[in-house]
Ligand binder design. Structure first.
Ligand SMILES: Nc1ncnc2c1ncn2[C@@H]1O[C@H](COP(=O)(O)OP(=O)(O)OP(=O)(O)O)[C@@H](O)[C@H]1O
Ligand SMILES: [Mg+2]
Length: 508
C-alpha cells in the first residue's frame, strides 16, 4: 500500500540543540501509528514539522505522494489533508462549539452558513455522524477538557482531514473517555483515515496502534510492530535502561487526630455546563493524602476553584484550624496556607514568555530568603532555582530558557517545582499532577508528594488516574455529580467498589 506520510532524515535544530536528529518515518494509508518518548524527546517537534508549524533544517517530506517544499504553512498542510490536535488545546474559549469548528474554515462554507443556526446544524450533523455527544451551542469555556478535545477533533473532521495527528490526546481523558476516543479513532481508520498518536502510556500504544516509533533524545531509537514487542521493551528503549519502580505505598495513619481542614456542605451556583458543587463534605488531615477519585466533569474543577478562592461559595463553609471561612477569596485562602496546582497548568500556571527562572521566582517575590534590607539577592535566587531544576529534572537545565521553548512535560515540571517548594505551604491541593509526564517524571512528582506528607502537610490529590490515587492516598473520596459519595481508608477499598461509586452506584 502507498505511504500516506513519508518523512526522510528530518533534522530540526533549536539553536545549538537538536530536537530531531535525522528521523525518518513512513506511515501507510489507514494505519494508526504511535510516537513514544520521554519528555523533551522531540515528538511534538517532529509533528510540528509535518504540520508545517516548524521549518525543518534538512530532510524531505511527502504527503500522499506530493513532495512538500522546505517551507510550508499549516494552511498548506491542511489543504493536503493533515490535521493536528495539539498537546495544549487552541480553542477560543468565549466562542461556542460550532463557532470554534467553523473558525478559520470560513472560505469553505457559503456566507449563509455563517448564520448561527445553519452552522450549528452542520456541526451537529458531524457530531451525530460519528456518535460524538456534544452540543454545538455550548460555550467552550464551560466544557470539561475531554469535551474541548472533541471540539478540536471536530475541527479536523470538518476540514475533511485524511491524516489526523493527536499530541497526547488521552492525558486529559478518563479511562472511559479514552476507550470512547479509541473507538472513534478506529471508526476513522475504518473510513480510511491515517492516524499518528503521541502518548506516554504504554498500554495505549499496545491497544490502539499497529506500529510505534520510539524517540530518545531527538533520535529515532527504534520502530516496533506492537504485536511483536512488550511494554517492558518499549519502556527500556525509551529511556535507554530499565526503569525500577519506586515503592510508593502509603502507610495508613491512625484516625485519632482531628481534621486540619473540614469542608462542610459546600455548594456553588450552577454556571454554564460545568458541574457545580452540591453539599460537599470532606475532611483533610495533616500528614495525610486524601485522594479524590471520580470521572472528570463531576465537580473537580469547581472544587479546586473554591479552594483557590476564585469560585464563590453559595453555601457551606471551610474550616481551617480555628478559622471558619464562608467568604472564600483568593487572598484569604492563600493566607491560610493553601497552595493550588491547577489542572490546566499551561493556561493558569505559567507565563510562557518568561524564563524558567522568572516563572519560578514569581512565587517567591516576597520570600525573606531572597530579600535582605530591601535588596533582592539575585545570586541566592539563581542558586535556588537551579537547585529546583535539578530536583525536578527540568530539561534543559538552563534556567534562562523561555518556557514557551520547552517541551510540554518540562513546562509542567516548572509549575510543580514552584508550587511544591514553598516553605509557607500548609495545605497542598494538586489537580492531575502527572498528566503529560513521562514515567520518570511521574515518579519524582510522587516522591515529592510523599515527602510533603512526611513533613506533615495536608494534601488533597485530585486525579482521574485511579492507579495514582491508589498509590498515594491514605484515604479515598469519590466525587460524583458534585457531591462526595463516600470517603474512607484507601486500604481495603476494592476497585469494584470504587468503580461503583464513580459511576453513581452504591454498595449494598
Ligand atoms: N520553540 C522552541 N524553541 C527552542 N527549543 C524548543 C522549542 N520547542 C521545543 N524545543 C526543544 O526541543 C526539544 C524537544 O521538544 P518537544 O516539545 O518536541 O518534546 P516532546 O517529546 O514533545 O516532549 P513532551 O513529552 O514533554 O511533550 C526539547 O528539548 C525542547 O526544549
Ligand atoms: Mg510534546
Amino acid at each position: 500500500m502507498k505511504n500516506m506520510i513519508e518523512m526522510r532524515d528530518i533534522v530540526k535544530m533549536f539553536g545549538p540543540s537538536c530536537a530531531n536528529d535525522h528521523i525518518s518515518l513512513s506511515v501507510k494509508k489507514g494505519e494508526i501509528i504511535s510516537l513514544l518518548g520521554e519528555n523533551g524527546a522531540g515528538k511534538t517537534t517532529l509533528m510540528n514539522v509535518l504540520f508545517g508549524l516548524c521549518r525543518r533544517d534538512s530532510g524531505s517530506i511527502a504527503i500522499d505522494g506530493v513532495e512538500m517544499p522546505v517551507e510550508y504553512s499549516p494552511q498548506t498542510a491542511i489543504e493536503h489533508g493533515i490535521a493536528m490536535v495539539h498537546q495544549h488545546l487552541k480553542l477560543v474559549e468565549t466562542f461556542t462549539v460550532a463557532q470554534n469548528v467553523i473558525l478559520g474554515a470560513e472560505t469553505m462554507v457559503s456566507r449563509r452558513l455563517f448564520r448561527r443556526e445553519k452552522c450549528e446544524r452542520a456541526v451537529g450533523a458531524l457530531c451525530s455522524r460519528y456518535g460524538m455527544d456534544i452540543d454545538p451551542k455550548s460555550v467552550v469555556s464551560a466544557l470539561p477538557l475531554g469535551a474541548k478535545q472533541r471540539v478540536e477533533i471536530l475541527k479536523a473532521l470538518y476540514r475533511g482531514c485524511k491524516v489526523l495527528i493527536l499530541d497526547e490526546p488521552t492525558t486529559v481523558l478518563t479511562p472511559q473517555e479514552t476507550d470512547a476516543l479509541f473507538d472513534l479513532l478506529r471508526s476513522f481508520q475504518a473510513a480510511g483515515m491515517t492516524i499518528i498518536i503521541i502518548t506516554h502510556k504504554l498500554h495505549e500504544v499496545m491497544a490502539i496502534s499497529s506500529r510505534v516509533l520510539v524517540l530518545r533524545q531527538g533520535k529515532a531509537a527504534a520502530i516496533f510492530n506492537t504485536n511483536e514487542t512488550t511494554q517492558a521493551e518499549l519502556a527500556a528503549t525509551m529511556i535507554g535502561k530499565t526503569l525500577v519502580k519506586a515503592q510508593v505505598s502509603a502507610q495508613l495513619h491512625s484516625h485519632d487526630c482531628p481534621p486540619s481542614v473540614e469542608l462542610r456542605g459546600l455548594s456553588t451556583a450552577a454556571a454554564g455546563d460545568a458541574c457545580p458543587l452540591r453539599d460537599v463534605n470532606l475532611n483533610l488531615y495533616a500528614g495525610r493524602i486524601v485522594g479524590v477519585a471520580g470521572v472528570d466533569g463531576n465537580g473537580q474543577t469547581a472544587l479546586v476553584e473554591v479552594l483557590a478562592g476564585v469560585k464563590k461559595l453559595s453555601g457551606g463553609s471551610i474550616q481551617i484550624g480555628a478559622k471558619e471561612i464562608k467568604k472564600n477569596t483568593s487572598g484569604t485562602m492563600r493566607q491560610e496556607g493553601i497552595q493550588i496546582i491547577p489542572e490546566d497548568r499551561h493556561r493558569q500556571g505559567l507565563v510562557l514568555a518568561f524564563s524558567v527562572y522568572e516563572n519560578i521566582m514569581l512565587g517567591y517575590r516576597k520570600d525573606r530568603r531572597f530579600v535582605k534590607d530591601g535588596v533582592f539577592r539575585k545570586a541566592k535566587a539563581r542558586q535556588f532555582v537551579s537547585q529546583l531544576s535539578n530536583t525536578f529534572d527540568i530539561r534543559p537545565r538552563d534556567t534562562g530558557i523561555l518556557v514557551k521553548r520547552m517541551s510540554g512535560g518540562n513546562q509542567q515540571k516548572v509549575v510543580l517545582a514552584r508550587e511544591l517548594s514553598s516553605p509557607d505551604v500548609k495545605i497542598v491541593v494538586v489537580s492531575q499532577p502527572t498528566r503529560g509526564l513521562d514515567a520518570g517524571a511521574i515518579q519524582s512528582v510522587h516522591s515529592t508528594l510523599l515527602k510533603l506528607r512526611e513533613e506533615g502537610k495536608t494534601i488533597l490529590l485530585i486525579s482521574s488516574d485511579l492507579d495514582e490515587i491508589k498509590a498515594l492516598s491514605d484515604e479515598i473520596a469519590i466525587l460524583y455529580n458534585g457531591s462526595i459519595a463516600v470517603q474512607r481508608a484507601a486500604q481495603g477499598f476494592a476497585d469494584e467498589a470504587i468503580g461503583l461509586y464513580m459511576g453513581g452506584g452504591k454498595e449494598v
